[in-house]
Design a binder for this molecule. Structure first.
Ligand SMILES: Cc1cc2nc3c(=O)[nH]c(=O)nc-3n(C[C@H](O)[C@H](O)[C@H](O)COP(=O)(O)OP(=O)(O)OC[C@H]3O[C@@H](n4cnc5c(N)ncnc54)[C@H](O)[C@@H]3O)c2cc1C
Length: 557
């Protein structure tokens, strides 16, 4: 592949020369740096790059141009190179233009000229953006790994989804549509009733693999490195990852046990726009990737896929039991198992899960529905984000909302949805029935205002209807509320009628704020009773839990 291009457009020759020189110095060996003072010449250059099929990784654009604004230029440039990262170069007097570029053009970053010294004010930001661009390129470029399966098979969906959630690129071949799939199967002597099959670049193949088999092949850590730890964290969502980063960076030997993929619910978000420090927003998968890199930097072990089935106390040790039958001991346990989608109670839906009906659903799922009409159930932020993300791939997205307004959704999403012509919002609606034997063929929508039913054809129904914690694994050990949310600190006191220390608590001191009903077992994030259900809140709780964990370890009480 040709060197990816970094294009800078600024009418101020002096400022342009300085940035070109800085970029050459840092990135010149692996990327081609092009500077232009004229926006029309820059557009011509981009058109030529497009014709020559050359990649453009970055567009750095100033506001002042001869005939158009930087924001207008960026819109045109984005049509040519939609995946390029977009940076708006502004000055103190154009600061407002920078904010509008963030809102209207959705630029990835606004930088204040002259971005000096570059080590502080330029490179750290561009390094991050270029790493994101490269990851997106590698996951969207079919790798050497091939999955052969059926689009509407739950098993094929699970294999695809597991690889997507671990950021592994692959070529997907649908045995019903791709001749190449049939040829590869014939060459491998494999019958089409034994799918999915995953073919690896080393010539090996997994047939109807489990997630653990795939994890082993793609180099994930599936076994514990030690028999005991200072801190065992259950769940690698934002809360668990934040706790791991803080704990390990402060010297605790830390392991995270994750049953599916790091990032938790947040990794399903097509764009998180309200997490502090990322004004242009970032995808949940980028956030997860960054957090995992950060955790690994501090030697956190992330074991995946590993389902925790129980916890218990053995003298001073806290013990976590794993589904495979083994157990791991530690001084402290942090429970960060979040929540899972509530199930939609509609007759016949269970057999269609993964065969047209999806809980959550990623952009990778949406990309298989190109040109189709898809439906999303839910009226909160997660449904809104999905509608916006999916609208880029599909013909229409219809959002089915039970309430009479979008009051549970943030205003910024409501505005973006209103401005997206291929998203329809239907209020006071429910899915009454789903139809299809092998795959979803249609859904029946009930209009709750008129009680009228309407059946519409579709092959894709994505469900984003909030969730409940699945904390059955704590039963009989750690106290939860009636819905399964874990009780911690002051909530335990309330349980016993403001009793100090709470009834059943074995120590003289009260439990710490994030401590559960068993000393030395802590909880953070969405799984906790009274939690806020936000990325920032979960990260904050994960980090705060570590403070109390240190207190617990130092007093050992
Ligand atoms: C689509 C979507 C979009 C969202 N967008 C935003 C947003 O824009 N801004 C915002 O602030 N919030 C957003 N949220 C909410 C936010 O993602 C959650 O509040 C946050 O992820 C909660 O973090 P957590 O670590 O507590 O739990 P989770 O993210 O739920 O992570 C829990 C982890 O624990 C694992 N786990 C569960 N049980 C076990 C077990 N027994 N053994 C091992 N592992 C287990 C799960 O697999 C999961 O990875 C969004 C949520 C969704 C679903």
């Amino acid at each position: 592949m040709a060197k990816p291009v970094l294009l800078i457009v600024d009418s101020d020759q002096k400022a342009l020369d300085l940035i070109v020189q800085d970029l050459e110095q840092r990135y010149g060996d692996r990327r081609r740096v092009i500077g232009q003072t004229s926006e029309s010449e820059a557009l011509e250059r981009l058109q030529k790059l497009k014709r020559d099929n050359e990649p453009v990784a970055l567009l750095l654009v100033g506001q002042q141009m001869a005939k158009k604004t930087g924001a207008e230029f960026l819109k045109q440039a984005t049509d040519l190179f939609p995946a390029a990262k977009r940076v708006f170069l502004t000055s103190y007097k154009d600061a407002k233009a920078g904010i509008s570029a963030l809102k209207e053009v959705g630029v990835d970053l606004v930088l204040m000229k002259p971005c000096q010294p570059p080590n502080e004010n330029l490179y750290p930001f561009l390094d991050d953006l270029l790493a994101d661009w490269e990851t997106a390129l590698s996951t969207s470029t079919p790798g050497n790994l091939i999955i052969i399966g059926y689009r509407f098979s739950p098993e094929s969906h699970q294999t695809r989804d597991f690889l997507v959630r671990h950021g592994v690129s692959f070529q997907w071949l649908d045995v019903e549509r791709d001749e190449e799939a049939r040829q590869l199967l014939a060459a491998a002597g494999l019958k089409a009733n034994r799918l999915p099959a995953v073919m690896f670049p080393d010539g090996t193949m997994l047939v109807q693999p489990t997630n653990e088999e795939i994890a082993g092949k793609i180099g994930l850590q599936v076994r514990l490195g030690h028999t005991s730890y200072d801190l065992v964290i259950v769940g690698a969502g934002p809360a668990g990852l934040a706790a791991a980063v803080y704990g390990a960076s402060e010297g605790l030997r830390t392991v995270i046990l994750e049953r599916y993929a790091p990032g938790g619910q947040a990794a399903l978000s097509s764009k998180i726009e309200n997490y502090l420090g990322f004004p242009a927003g970032l995808t949940g998968s980028d956030l997860a990737r960054r957090a995992v890199t950060q955790a690994r930097k501090f030697d956190v072990e992330i074991i995946v896929p590993q389902v925790v089935t129980g916890v218990c106390v053995e003298g001073p040790a806290r013990v976590v039991r794993l589904s495979e039958g083994s157990a791991v001991r530690s001084e402290v346990i942090l429970l960060a198992t979040g929540i899972e989608w509530r199930r939609l109670e509609v007759p016949g839906i269970e057999r269609l899960i993964g065969a047209g009906v999806y809980y959550g659903g990623t952009l990778a799922d949406a990309s298989l529905c190109r040109g189709e009409d898809v439906y999303i159930v839910g009226g909160a932020n997660s449904a809104g984000q999905a509608a916006l993300g999916f609208s880029r791939y599909v013909r229409t997205v219809t959002l089915l909302v039970r309430r009479e307004s979008l009051t549970s959704m943030s205003q910024y999403l409501i505005e973006q949805i209103g401005a997206t012509p291929n998203i329809n919002v239907r209020l006071r609606c429910e899915v009454a029935e789903v139809h299809g034997e092998q795959r979803l063929e249609a859904i029946t929508i009930l209009d709750c205002s008129t009680q009228q039913k309407e059946t519409v054809p579709t092959h894709a129904l994505f469900i984003f209807i909030g969730g409940l914690p699945h904390t059955e694994y704590l039963k009989g050990v750690v106290k939860t509320d009636d819905h399964g949310f874990i009780l911690t600190g002051p909530d335990l006191e309330k349980l016993g009628g403001d009793h100090h220390p709470p009834l059943g608590w074995p120590l003289e001191r009260d439990p710490f704020w994030l401590e559960c009903s068993v000393p030395g077992i802590f909880a953070a994030g969405d799984a906790r009773h009274g939690s806020v259900k936000r990325v920032a809140a979960s990260v904050g709780e994960g980090a705060t839990a570590v403070l109390f964990i240190h207190e617990y370890l130092s007093s050992n009480l």
